[in-house]
Design a protein. Structure first.
Length: 380
């Protein structure tokens, strides 16, 4: 079997769509007009991804406020927020360029998603001619909605975490029920958990093991056969062409991350200074048998924050190097991150989100061709 490839999920939103998000927040357009703008961008994403040769396509998350809040609100500003949420929660991340992203705060229970990702799968299946995949958010990210200290009166932390696990399981199962062939769970908070950033208190709480244990509560509800198609994505951020935790030693995460009983992992690597060391660590810590399923390592071979397009030859060489450490039957190729995980992102290193969208398609096509070339050279 050739080296598989997979998109993380998001693509840069066209500026026209980003303007629609702003107009919707300001009450300048109706819900119907807003959704029409989302649908137009989503349809374009699917059509263009299919032209690249991508195996399973997404709508570029163009219908989502962000990878972390699609289930909570209609927009990043909090328009249409779910019940029992306030908009003054803690920062998810402070990025290297100084900007930050803030989460809502749970004020009471029960915690329920406003929207499930299966809604997007259903719409995408009606458009796509190729299989559809979907990314969902991890319960470990939702964990950050609850206050770090103390408990909410009438709604304990344990009750909240139980709701997080139930809602994530429901999110995944409904995606498969609507026809998704793969579901990846976004876990960018994993590396950030070791940053110890004084400006962002949760990163000082040694939460990584709690995150892993909570995520495994979800994975343990699925059979080994199901988990072959349920993955984990990790990266040091990829918003506004900036990152939040690239300086954190990768082994602090990789030595623990593969304890999650996922069938595959989408692993940022192309933007690492020592990529071969990352391949070695993935080969060392990934498991042939993760509670009944082999763990496939999809290595990031595309820098999503860099407008320079990688060549298929470069990608081929990276995958051949990776195959020295990771068994060929458990090796795949992906991008370092979603190309634009938040709906408001003008892609400053690219000059515009529309140009960044074109670049993303070129990069994806190069990844697919490079994986094909590596497969041929490796005889798989």
């Amino acid at each position: 079997m050739p080296i598989p490839t997979e998109l993380v999920g998001s693509l840069p939103r066209p500026m026209k769509l980003q303007d629609a998000y702003a107009d919707y927040d300001e009450g300048k357009i109706t819900t119907e007009q807003f959704e029409a703008a989302q649908d137009e961008a989503a349809e374009d994403s699917i059509e263009r991804l299919e032209q690249t040769g991508e195996t399973a396509v997404t709508d570029g998350e163009n219908r989502e406020s962000s990878f972390a809040t699609y289930n909570l609100a209609d927009t990043l500003a909090g328009t249409g927020a779910a019940d029992h949420l306030a908009l003054d929660g803690q920062y998810f991340a402070i990025f290297d360029d100084g900007h930050h992203r803030q989460l809502p705060r749970v004020t009471g229970g029960p915690f329920r998603y406003k929207r499930y990702a299966s809604e997007f799968v259903k719409k995408n299946k009606a458009i796509a001619t190729k299989p559809v995949k979907q990314a969902v958010i991890a319960p470990s990210m939702m964990m950050l909605l609850y206050p770090l200290e103390g408990e909410i009166e009438g709604y304990s932390r344990e009750e909240f975490l139980n709701d997080c696990v139930d809602e994530c399981e429901k999110d995944i199962r409904q995606c498969f029920a609507e026809g998704a062939v793969r579901v990846s769970v976004d876990f960018t908070e994993g590396r950030l958990a070791n940053k110890n950033d004084a400006r962002n208190p949760w990163t000082n709480k040694n939460m990584l093991q709690e995150f892993i244990d909570l995520n495994n509560r979800v994975f343990d509800r699925f059979s080994a056969e199901e988990r072959k198609n349920i993955g984990i994505h990790t990266c040091p951020g990829g918003d506004c062409d900036s990152v939040h935790s690239l300086e954190v030693p990768y082994e602090m995460l990789l030595s623990k991350m593969f304890d999650i009983n996922a069938g595959y992992f989408l692993i940022q690597c192309a933007s690492e200074s020592d990529r071969e060391e990352v391949y070695r660590l993935c080969g060392k810590y990934s498991r042939e048998d993760a509670n009944g399923v082999p763990q496939v390592c999809f290595m990031g071979v595309i820098k999503v924050g860099d407008p320079q397009v990688e060549t298929p030859e470069q990608i081929k060489n990276e995958l051949i190097t990776a195959a020295k450490y990771i068994p060929k039957e458990r090796l795949g190729a992906t991008d370092d991150c979603g190309f634009s995980p938040f709906s408001r992102d003008v892609k400053p290193a690219h000059g515009s989100p529309d140009f960044a969208r074109d670049v993303a398609m070129e990069k994806i096509a190069a990844r697919i061709q490079g994986a094909r070339m590596a497969s041929e050279e490796l005889g798989i």
